[in-house]
Write a protein that binds this ligand. Structure first.
Ligand code: SIN
Length: 179
């Protein structure tokens, strides 16, 4: 039984927050957002790449008639301030806070904070072929580790949650083949 009154903030993760939340949370649920899809269109200068050789990390982009499945984390009231501070720092390279309605099996729709990098940010890379995305990821490494690890950790986490995502699958397949 989830006691929603104890939760001061819901945080929706669609990328590394799924497999490495690194925040204190009281409950984690599978959650879906309508009208958004995850894409490796954001550059990473500070985690999985460098300014000279940016990695590719995920952002959410709007797309009609699709859903993005991720995880939503319920943060207890006393932890909210620290969690916001940690996440604002972690997602600082182009991401902005955004509140979205996410749908959970247990609670129905809830408002959740997520971090989205928009095309206007200076680290934005945008669309490319699966080949080019995989090639760039394969050669990128930053202070948090290799870009390949970022992709394959998410891929495995999604599999273990029973979530299939074609874009992630396409890139992960290429990295497995190449690696
Ligand atoms: C997220 O995980 O929800 C944001 C993108 C990332 O840090 O990978």
């Amino acid at each position: 039984m989830i006691d929603s009154k104890k939760i001061g903030l819901w945080v929706y993760g669609y990328g590394s927050i799924i497999w490495r939340p690194a925040i204190p949370y009281s409950v984690a649920l599978l959650a879906t957002v309508d009208g958004w899809t995850r894409r490796f269109w954001q550059g990473s200068h500070d985690h999985r790449g460098t300014v000279e050789n940016p990695g590719r990390v995920l952002t959410l982009v709007p797309e009609a008639d699709v859903q993005c499945k991720g995880r939503v984390f319920g943060i207890a009231h006393p932890d909210v301030e620290q969690v916001l501070k940690n996440l604002d720092f972690r997602e600082k390279n182009g991401y902005e806070r955004q509140y979205l309605s996410v749908i959970t099996h247990e609670l129905g729709p809830i408002e959740a904070l997520t971090y989205i990098a928009a095309p206007s940010n200076s680290a934005w890379l945008g669309d490319a072929s699966d080949e080019d995305i995989a090639e760039q990821i394969r050669h990128s490494i930053g202070p948090s580790g290799t870009n390949i690890e970022y992709v394959l950790s998410l891929y495995k986490a999604l599999l273990s949650e029973g979530i299939h995502d074609e874009h992630i699958q396409a890139i992960a397949n290429r990295l497995d083949n190449l690696g």
